[in-house]
Design a protein around this ligand. Sequence first.
Ligand SMILES: NC(=O)c1ccc[n+]([C@@H]2O[C@H](COP(=O)([O-])OP(=O)(O)OC[C@H]3O[C@@H](n4cnc5c(N)ncnc54)[C@H](OP(=O)(O)O)[C@@H]3O)[C@@H](O)[C@H]2O)c1
Length: 241
Amino acid sequence: MKYTDKIALVTGANSGIGEAIAHRLASLGCKVYVNGRRESENQRVVEAINANYSTGAISLTGDVADETTCRGMIERIASDEGRLDLLVNNAGTFLSRDRIADSTSEDFDQVLKTNLYSCYWLSREAFRLIEKQPPAEDTELRGAIINIASILGVEAWANAGIYAASKHGMMGLTRAMADEGEAAAIRVAAIGPAMVATAMTGKSGPDYIQPEDIAASVAYLLELSPAAWPTEIVIPRRGSD
Ligand SMILES: NC(=O)c1ccc[n+]([C@@H]2O[C@H](COP(=O)([O-])OP(=O)(O)OC[C@H]3O[C@@H](n4cnc5c(N)ncnc54)[C@H](OP(=O)(O)O)[C@@H]3O)[C@@H](O)[C@H]2O)c1
């Protein structure tokens, strides 16, 4: 896709994977809406992007675990820009104590609302908006929705059950929306990484997948010709099971 003048929303863009994606999209020419709950952190990312690129990043503070907020975010972009070309559902949370027998319904609600419901609410609203847009001349596509799921969207481990349930749900939603997207000329795909060096994992260093690897995977999906239609890219980590 030609990125110049394209409008992108990246949720959870003030840290880790989302921050790397926001920078990558800006470097390619997108105007990026930077979402997260912490306005000061959103502003930090917006200022860093605007210091390096002329695309005009904007902070869009909001809690994606709330349906009204999700609808409001898409409405705001529709009203200000008249269009949305790319939604990246990246905001997510992970419970440090996630043994099912020790968990509570509140834990389940919190993780499912943040990781899965948000993806449903934002994708639904974005799809409705994007499908009204004319296809881009270069790709013949109207836009794209990319979901940052997890390797735990296709497998599951002990002590990560609620998280795995949320990411399996995200994968199912992605596969169905990718089929619906074929007819609507909207690319929908998920990226499912193993452990990435971010605040969520507390890991760093070359033994871990880098946030920039996920940003590169987003860019790869956007570069594909319109007949190439992968629904997911799973990224295992070297040396792990
Ligand atoms: N790190 C990994 O190993 C790994 C592997 C596979 C998949 N993932 C997925 O990748 C995504 C990003 O993870 P990360 O590792 O980059 O984590 P991170 O560094 O902890 O960043 C999480 C981001 O999500 C935002 N966020 C969390 N809850 C939110 C909410 N309710 N509303 C809006 N924004 C919210 C946070 O900002 P605020 O706190 O300001 O809201 C932050 O920007 C997640 O979906 C995660 O499940 C991560």
